[in-house]
Design a protein around this ligand. Sequence first.
Ligand SMILES: Nc1ncnc2c1ncn2[C@@H]1O[C@H](COP(=O)(O)OP(=O)(O)OP(=O)(O)O)[C@@H](O)[C@H]1O
Ligand SMILES: [Mg+2]
Length: 520
Amino acid sequence: MTQFNEQTSSIGADSNSTDGKIVIIDIGEGYTKVGIAGDEYPIIFPTMTGTEKYQSVMSDVGTKGQYVGEDCMRMRGVLKITYPINRGAIMDWDSFYAVLTHIFFNVLRVDPSKVNVIYTENALTPLETRKYITRLLFETYRVKSVYLANASVMALFSAGLTTGILLESGEGLTWVVPIIDGRIVTHAIQRLTLSGKDVSEYLRTLLLGYGINFTSSAQRDILREIKEQNCFIALNPAEVAKNTTDVTTYILPDGESAKIPISVRVNAPEILFHPELLGYNVSNVAQAIINSIMKLDRQYWRTMLRNIVLSGGNTMFQGFNFRLEEELKKVLPQLGSLPKPTTTEVSLNKPKMVNVTTPIKKIDTCPKCGERVNLAINSFCMKCGYKFEVTSINIPSNLQYPNKCPTCKRKIDNPGPFCPFCGGVINPIPSIKFGGLGAVELPPQIEKLEQVKATEFEDDILIDEGGEIIKIILPSNRNTAIFNGASVLGSIPSARKLFISYEQYLKDPNAIALDFSQLL
Ligand SMILES: Nc1ncnc2c1ncn2[C@@H]1O[C@H](COP(=O)(O)OP(=O)(O)OP(=O)(O)O)[C@@H](O)[C@H]1O
Ligand SMILES: [Mg+2]
């Protein structure tokens, strides 16, 4: 699929030249992150454009028709500001073009017709929008080739994983995206309209209670700044909020100072765990993770709970991960019992041939104290500690058959339940291999068990009381995790087959749906 021309690709190109290189573009609702593949850090600027509110008196002195990014932020007091994206959807295409033009010509200073582009997009972006963006990159900017990368997969990739569940929370949306071997499990995606801008909004409401009023669009950015610098998440916010003496001073652009009590700083991000505070009828972030996991096959539950990856600026509040873990523990029982852990990590690509240890007796009475003990959960008495001798067998999921037919006596190379010569039934060998110790005869009272169809996990086991069930992974630069993943991907030579050229796009517009998992 590759459309890279090696002569003009980064290999062999002048190291100072950007010709043939891969440009990464992550246009977020709050911030845009851009750079060249292989870069450790992106260039970040606010996703906003502005036009002058008033006609300039000295129109020839350093004035521009349109301001983008940092320029716009600096001049926000005298500009009419437009944010091109709202809740993940591009609402103002003129402003969006201005951002793209700014990226190529002012920020990266590249000739777009000489570069290849990785454009990151949200999960569930409508195909029409994806096609439109692709055409825009080809027809307006004439880029050489394009890969539309899924933002969540890139963020997971930045944590060095291809299987896990991603909690991506930015300015406009929060996503919970389960990914297995680089493939998104689409039906289990959770999309929440609960994110950074809602925390800012709740902060605005709380500050109103202290006589600090923010209304204009420019003040939205001041609020954002106050939030980023001062708010944090506590395990017990009610306790923290009782402290009335802790007040932080924030100097506003007009020189006035705003006094912000600690109760405001700790309560504003609370909406992520209690969206009802803003009157929203959406799940909180912990519940959304559990809802997503519930929609997956049970065999992946444990793997997902141990690979919860955070991404997006809105997860950067101090204490976010600790609180998320606490909230997850509260809603974890909704999953009921978790499947038994396997010795091997579950992966789609791995053959499902896991031995299952099955206790013969499920419930027994403790001979020491008379307590009833569920042997499916414990092998010892919870009351007195008596250790039960649990007789167990290992049932392999692949039964073994004799290589000689009992009916026609012919030799069979790949024996199965039926003889390929006479069609006679072949019973499996009533003994099994166990831990390399050789064939073990089943005790007569449990012979019946071999008829039980062995599945990868039993139905009614087990919450692992002692083991660590939840593990939250924090990539170091969470606000740029998507860029970082794309930057690594862009540096891998085999990733080039993901890019498509304009000719390929015209031939088959659906080719943009190429999937990162192809590389695995
Ligand atoms: N240190 C921080 N603490 C708390 N919030 C932060 C911090 N840094 C950034 N944020 C918030 O994170 C959000 C921006 O995050 P990010 O850059 O991941 O989003 P985006 O890509 O612009 O938006 P989206 O992904 O929704 O399109 C903003 O709401 C910002 O205020
Ligand atoms: Mg983003």
